[in-house]
Design a protein around this ligand. Structure first.
Ligand code: HEC
Length: 587
């Protein structure tokens, strides 16, 4: 059957009109609810939404209150101009509908009136605001500009990554030698049973400029022992001047009987350091605080930590020609067991970390400074603008059973200084001094969970007992000025929680074995600051003898039988103590 054309079209039009009527009534209702919902999702987006800075109810936090009900144009103008909010541009990539949804949601949250006409009016206003802006301008680029453009995104680092380390087993050896032995002297303190002590190596490098008038530095390094509960210094011993060197971390044997400290070069025939000799480490008796042995390790000791409750994992400054970049050391035999050379890792090793299954080496691209100075020198030059780009820094994950590099993680920033692995071995947190940032990486996938800013030149980092917070010692490393703060961030979101006033050049920060205190060392002022990890209050300042620069921190516990054991060093907790797994040391 055929209808005349006019009937068909009339019928069609009326049906259409009817449908549109129904649809419109329903949709204006839906649209408002949908918009509120969409706005809510965007506002509370994880990991970064507006809530991070403006608060859960838009009450304001580091950003102002939004309870006045900003229009989409207000938000648009902030996104265009407010550098703090640039993170939102990259995370959420908001279009006009999103901005409208956010305004609607903010108004609904603040219980301000909502009109059906608002979206259309706002859309029009956005068009107007955008047309009054300068159009996208096209500038000419030099060949050099184009070359920089090709490498400037971190995405290009990831997509073009080629393993820097050689393939296969990279194990190397260094023939360590015991070059001197000393009489340990008399006992300086008598440890009590069922008590906990802290050890600290201190040096001669505090900064007179930030200490009091007439400050006189100690003449040589000292090993200091204190009471971990009263936080009083118990005893210290100053090494003979011919055994001094610029001091760094504090390392102890797992049984807590010996402390390791940087030594000078090996002695020449006159007993003084031989400028052509090998770099050494001193082994110090933990009760007499005096040296017992001097051992060549092929480099100037930087940091050490207990590895698999048996060995020491060491990293060093300047290497001897045959020296290793990282190594395992046996405190029973006082020999370097194995390690890897920088050349096999494709860059210079800075610091090394472990979850006791793997070794994580923070790697620096070579050539920006002499030898191991490359990373620090490069980062400093970058900060001053003498460098405009640098080759990437990365983490090498090493299997200590076969000494193979099994994964490399390029870092979104410059010069990783410190790494912490969570108790589930799922995430690794890395502080980067050259870009004043902290990044959280998924160990399995290599995914960067977040990267956030910290105080200037971060160095040490530590997790709180429940691992919900990470504390960062903002040392001012590679900054050309001293840092004086500790930053506290949320581990889940990377959200910034607090900046704590501290002391000059905060270096290491460690959660104490009772899980309740954050201990932080100041290189500049030669003191240890203790904070309550819950309230974040500074509860104690422990001045080192003569304010010698403080580095490291190791806790030793003596049990009921008087047997000693390290329970905490810079690499983690030991001896069945771990506040993160609800096993704090009770005191
Ligand atoms: C990283 C922190 C941060 C995030 C995330 C952020 N903001 Fe802001 N926002 C700020 C700060 C800081 C200001 C104040 C800027 C100033 O002082 O000039 C601000 C200002 C504003 C203002 C202007 C307020 C006024 O009084 O005029 C609006 C509107 C705004 N933000 C909306 C948003 C919305 C919507 C989002 C999410 C899409 C968002 N912001 C996400 C930090 C942030």
């Amino acid at each position: 059957m055929r209808f005349p054309v006019y009937i068909t079209s009339t019928l069609f039009l009326s049906v259409f009109f009817l449908l549109e009527l129904i649809f419109n009534i329903a949709s204006s209702q839906d649209t408002m609810d949908d918009l509120v919902e969409r706005g809510r999702m965007l506002y509370h987006a994880e990991p970064v939404g507006c809530w991070v800075c403006h608060g859960e109810t838009a009450q304001g936090r580091v950003g102002p209150t939004l309870q006045f009900g900003p229009t989409p144009t207000d938000i648009f103008e902030q996104l265009e101009s407010n550098p703090t909010m640039s993170v939102i541009m990259t995370e959420l990539n908001l279009n006009d509908d999103d901005l409208i949804a956010l305004s609607i949601y903010l108004r609904s949250m603040a219980e301000l009136p909502l009109e059906d006409t608002m979206p259309a009016q706002w859309r029009e206003a956005l068009v107007q605001a955008k047309t009054t802006q300068a159009q996208e301008l096209v500038f000419s680029k030099t060949e050099r500009d184009v070359a920089v453009e090709a490498i400037e995104s971190f995405g290009s680092v990831i997509t073009s990554w080629e393993q820097r380390a050689n393939e296969g087993n990279l194990e190397s050896h260094y023939d360590s030698r015991i070059v001197a032995t000393f009489n340990p002297g008399t006992q300086k303190f008598k440890p009590q049973k069922n008590h906990t002590y802290f050890y600290e190596n201190i040096g001669t490098n505090s900064k007179p400029a930030v200490l009091h008038e007439g400050y006189v530095a100690p003449e040589s390094n000292q090993v200091v022992v204190g009471d971990a509960i009263t936080k009083e210094i118990i005893a210290s011993y100053q090494l003979p001047v011919n055994l001094r060197n610029a001091v760094h971390g504090t390392t102890m044997s797992p049984d807590g009987k010996f402390v390791y400290i940087v030594g000078p070069r090996e002695p020449g025939s006159d007993g003084n350091p031989d400028p052509g000799g090998s770099q050494t480490m001193l082994k110090v008796d933990a009760l007499t605080l005096q040296p017992v042995k001097q051992i060549t390790i092929g480099g100037r000791l930087h940091h050490g930590q207990i590895f698999q409750e048996k060995y020491l994992l060491l990293d060093v400054f300047a290497r001897d020609p045959d020296g290793l970049g990282l190594m395992l050391y046996d405190p029973e035999t006082d020999h370097v067991i194995s390690g890897i050379k920088d050349i096999d890792l494709g860059g210079m090793v800075y610091t090394v970390w472990t979850d006791h299954n793997h070794i994580y080496a923070l790697m620096e691209p070579a050539g920006y400074g002499p030898g191991r100075a490359t990373g620090g020198r490069g980062a400093g030059n970058l900060r001053r603008g003498a460098l405009v780009a640098m080759r990437p820094f990365w983490v090498a994950k090493i299997d200590p059973d076969n000494w193979e590099v099994i994964k490399e993680y390029p870092l979104p920033g410059y010069r990783g200084t410190w790494a912490v692995i969570d108790s589930g071995n799922k995430f690794i947190y890395i502080a980067m001094s050259g870009s004043s940032g902290l990044t959280k990486l998924n160990i399995e996938t290599g995914e960067i969970v977040w990267t956030r800013g910290t105080g200037g030149g971060p160095f040490g980092i530590t997790l709180s007992a429940d691992e919900s917070e990470i504390w960062v010692a903002s040392k001012g490393e590679n900054m050309g000025e001293f840092g004086r703060t500790i930053s506290v961030l949320d581990t889940e979101t990377g959200e910034f929680l607090a900046t704590l006033f501290a002391a000059y050049e905060m270096d290491h920060v460690l959660l104490s074995p009772n899980g309740k205190e954050m201990w932080a060392t100041s290189n500049g002022e030669g003191r240890i600051l203790v904070y309550d990890s819950e309230t974040r209050e500074l509860t104690k300042v422990i001045d080192m003898p003569q304010n010698g620069d403080a580095h490291g921190l190791v806790w030793v516990h003596y049990n009921e039988e008087g047997v000693s054991q390290v329970v905490r060093d810079q690499g983690g907790f030991h001896g069945n103590i771990n506040p993160a797994q609800n096993m704090p040391l009770e005191y």
